[in-house]
Design a protein around this ligand. Structure first.
Ligand code: PMP
Length: 428
């Protein structure tokens, strides 16, 4: 065994060792220590990601695809190497299928603007599921409103799963676009995405998958999923904020016009002739890219690969199953949906007679960070008949001991300001 593989193995079995590689957690000297359980909102960043960003700025920084000097060429090479790392990590056929965006929201808006506006006209249908985050709902809602098209919502059952018969019915024979989450950010439900994509494509729809909550929890193989587009954000996968990926199948990307126009997109421009644009992905990446962000994303994906997806899955499963078992033993606590069915790092709960914000505030007093509210998915919470939930979301550094702390703290939560004064108030 080589030294490298030995150190990787040692690291991968111990969340406490992994926790030490995250400066924000390592440097937290509070007592009790911060239990960071809001990983579905954003993950903390490990040292190798921070090092990669520092090293890029400290040694290579220069603009890309422009300067004819060594630094400019080196920066361009770093960008393209990182693109190849992302390509391999998500199983894309070639690096050119990886388009860098500002995140999932930006990626979905890109598709809605450049593909949606061409495809969708008056009377057409666009299908989404009832569990979508606003970032994979509002771009389609706006598109339909503008085009005079219909947004059809496939319903989600009380167990948090999409009703597949309803999904097929919504697609019918002529839906133009189907956009769906791979994993729900509210309940952690893992959708049967390959099956859904196949069904949507069989019905002739362009398929868009919001993978924001999937990529940190399982090996992604975009070729096997088979969607036309797959989107995710680096910051939810231990990488930096402000950078994300739109994966597009080559044949589909080739037909897309630019999203924004400007530097880096153009082949020939003159005042007399029509403008001609270069091929994707550059055609879809106008302006100076966030090279350090891309480098940080590649470092994050490499870091996770070194730990190993199977181990990450087992860790996730163990935490989610333990949390569900322990939480359901508590009076007043209800686990929403069925997170233990196919664990993906999220457990959402409600407490009888308590507003989620009072619960979140109480947990914060115990130095436990969770998200509470509607999780940018108020339409889903409406369909579940809930004001909101308290969402516990795990990452690779979390431990069973932190679950014990949550359970202990939940025993003493009492009605506070929100429960008494604003029992139905929500923020998005
Ligand atoms: N979709 C889902 C399922 C999400 O959880 C999120 C982030 N909460 C987004 C989209 C939007 O991601 P970003 O804010 O990084 O663009």
């Amino acid at each position: 065994m080589t030294e490298t593989s030995k150190s990787v193995l040692t690291r991968s079995f111990m969340p406490a060792t992994i926790r030490n590689e995250f400066p924000l957690l390592r440097n937290n000297s509070e007592s009790p220590a911060l239990a960071y359980l809001d990983n579905a909102a954003t993950t903390q960043k490990p040292q190798p990601v921070l090092d990669a960003i520092m090293s890029y700025y400290g040694t290579v920084n220069s603009n890309v695809g422009r300067g004819y000097h060594r630094l400019g060429l080196a920066a361009t090479e770093r960008l393209e190497q990182a693109r190849a790392v992302v390509q391999r990590a998500i199983g894309a056929a070639r690096p050119e299928e990886v388009v860098f965006t500002r995140g999932t929201t930006d990626a979905v808006n890109l598709v809605a603007e450049v593909a949606g506006r061409r495809l969708v006209g008056r009377g057409d249908r666009v299908v989404v599921t009832g569990m979508e985050h606003n970032s994979n709902l509002l771009p389609w809602r706006r598109l339909c409103d503008d085009a005079g098209a219909q947004l059809v919502v496939a319903s989600v059952a009380a167990d948090g799963r999409v009703d597949m018969a309803d999904f097929s019915a919504a697609l019918g024979s002529g839906a133009r676009i189907a956009a769906m989450a791979h994993v729900s950010n509210v309940l952690g439900t893992v959708n049967p995405i390959t099956e859904m994509v196949a069904e949507a494509r069989r019905c002739g729809a362009l398929t868009v998958v919001d993978g924001a909550q999937a990529v940190a929890h399982r090996a992604i193989d975009v070729a096997a999923i088979g969607a036309d587009f797959y989107c995710f954000s680096a910051h939810k996968v231990y990488g930096p904020m402000g950078i994300g990926v739109l994966h597009g199948r080559s044949e589909v990307l080739a037909e897309l016009p630019p999203y924004q126009v400007g530097g880096g997109t153009v082949k020939a421009v003159s005042f007399a002739e029509p403008v001609s644009y270069i091929a994707p992905p550059a055609r879809l990446e106008a302006g100076t890219p966030d090279v350090a962000g891309v480098v940080g994303l590649a470092a994050a994906l490499t870091y996770l690969e070194e730990i190993g997806w199977e181990r990450i899955r087992r860790h996730d499963e163990s935490l989610v199953r333990t949390a569900v078992a322990r939480l359901t033993e508590l009076d007043r606590v209800r686990v929403v949906g069925d997170p233990a069915y196919d664990p993906s790092g999220i457990v959402s709960i409600t407490l009888d007679g308590l507003h989620p914000y009072d619960v979140g505030g109480h947990l914060d007093q115990h130095n436990i960070a969770v998200r509470c509210g509607v999780h940018c998915a108020s339409t889903f919470l409406d369909s579940l008949g809930l004001v909101g939930t308290v969402r516990i979301s795990f990452g690779i550094y979390n431990t069973e001991e932190e679950i014990s702390r949550v359970c202990e703290a939940l025993r003493t939560v009492r009605p506070g300001f929100w429960t008494r004064e604003h029992p139905t108030t929500r923020f998005l």
